[in-house]
Design a protein around this ligand. Structure first.
Ligand SMILES: C[S@@+](CC[C@H](N)C(=O)[O-])C[C@H]1O[C@@H](n2cnc3c(N)ncnc32)[C@H](O)[C@@H]1O
Length: 391
């Protein structure tokens, strides 16, 4: 990056830091169970990627108040590092994570100054709510940093707005920037910006769709402030991420809750499917280093699989029917090998190699195992087979 580009980027990141100091994002946030290591490595396991340890090291870039680090800490005995440009966010995160002791470090720094050589490597990197609010120079640096810091088999969790909806949100943001005083105190800025969005809704003549103005008017105040009044809202698509990160061997696996493109074989085709399916919206994507390269079945490793389904009889066509006793909902299981595995999992969680071994004992063994693996993707999508993490 040239000195000029660096200086321009720093002016923007300083504004971003000021914004997050003035209006903390999600203070006391508790993180999300959907972003827990158990869940993310469960997705990775479906594609044959998994470090297979309970002491994974975790890096949270733009960690905010540290909620996600606190959640991840409960699932690993490894190292935890959070980094954020906002002094207020770092103070909150450091206070909340103090009980984790020396295995957790909160770094107050601009991503522009991230020293990849000294920070080390990590099995899981979070980039939640960050990539699309930073300037292009920081995005580029982030890709390089992730390429350097993600261990083989490691997982990257990145959140973003899919491109079509971004275009409209950015149009609204720019229209607000042209209409209000961006130097007024935050509360006044927020009031004026909301009035501006309301006036767009009232006169109804704008290209900015109702979906976007409703999103702006109903989201919480900090989100409104940082998205609508911040200096950057950058476009991201899954395909663009796959192309940039893919060059470093980091490939798209799926969303955190596998999408309908789950069984597509190549990362690029899945990314294309994800962008087509997105239809506008906010997404959490799971990427992994070397995904699809070392995908032997045996590398499904130690993720235990569990199910709430119990055998509940047979359909009129003689197919096994399994039902969830909690909801009473049932489904037909066409593949008898999958039915057998579900019966076995009903007795308690088991790792994939065990499932694989059991299948291998059957006639056509490994062919059955492949079919069961494919069925797991569908059953996972439906939420009736889920991964379980043992530290
Ligand atoms: C929307 S918040 C998300 C916080 C947290 N990841 C979460 O999900 O609650 C974005 C965070 O990115 C941080 N951030 C933005 N630009 C940054 C930069 N250049 N260097 C470090 N942190 C940055 C902000 O300070 C803010 O805490």
């Amino acid at each position: 990056m040239s000195a000029r580009e660096n200086q321009d980027a720093r002016e923007v990141t300083a504004k971003i830091a000021e914004g997050y100091d003035l209006v903390p994002y999600n203070p006391n946030g508790t993180g999300s169970p959907g972003l827990d290591p158990s869940h993310l490595f469960g997705v990775a396991a479906l594609y044959g990627e998994f470090p297979g340890r309970g002491d994974i090291d975790v890096l949270d870039l733009g960690c905010g108040g540290g909620g996600q680090i606190l959640r991840a800490a409960a699932q690993t005995t490894g190292r935890l590092v959070g980094l954020d440009i906002s002094g207020a966010a770092c103070a909150e995160a450091a206070g909340r994570c103090a009980a984790l002791g020396s295995r957790c470090k909160i770094l107050h720094a601009d991503l522009l100054d991230l020293d990849v050589a000294s920070i080390g490597t990590f099995d899981l990197i979070y980039l939640v709510g960050v990539y699309y609010v930073v300037p292009a120079a920081v995005q580029k640096l982030l890709v390089d940093a992730i390429a350097a810091c993600l261990s083989p088999g490691g997982v990257l969790m990145i959140s973003y707005y899919s491109s079509p909806i971004w275009r409209s949100i950015d149009a609204l943001r720019l229209s607000i920037h042209g209409a209000i005083d961006l130097t007024a105190p935050p509360a006044e800025r927020i009031r004026a910006a909301r009035r501006h969005v309301e006036s767009i809704v009232e006169n109804g003549k704008s290209d900015i769709s109702a979906q976007i103005t409703t999103h702006a008017l109903t989201c919480d105040e900090p989100t409104f402030f940082h998205e609508m009044l911040g200096p950057v809202l950058a476009p991201v698509s899954t395909v663009a991420l796959e192309e940039t990160l893919g060059a470093a061997g980091i490939h798209f696996l799926n969303w955190i809750f596998p999408g309908p493109f789950a069984q597509v074989a190549t990362p690029l085709a899945r990314a294309q499917g994800a962008d087509r399916m997105a239809g506008g919206g906010y997404h959490y994507a799971v990427f992994a280093k070397n995904a699809g390269v070392g995908g032997a079945d045996a590398s499904w490793n130690n993720v235990q699989w569990q199910t709430r389904l119990r055998r509940a009889g047979a359909s009129q066509f003689g197919l096994a029917v399994c039902a969830d006793p909690a909801s009473g909902q049932g489904l037909e299981v066409a593949n008898s090998a999958t039915g057998r595995v579900l019966d076995m999992l009903a007795a308690g969680p088991r790792p994939w190699p065990w499932v694989y071994e059991e299948m291998a004992k059957q006639p056509s063994g490994t062919a059955y195992a492949t079919a069961v693996k494919r069925d797991f993707l569908t059953l996972w999508q439906q939420g009736v087979v889920t991964p379980l993490w043992a530290v």
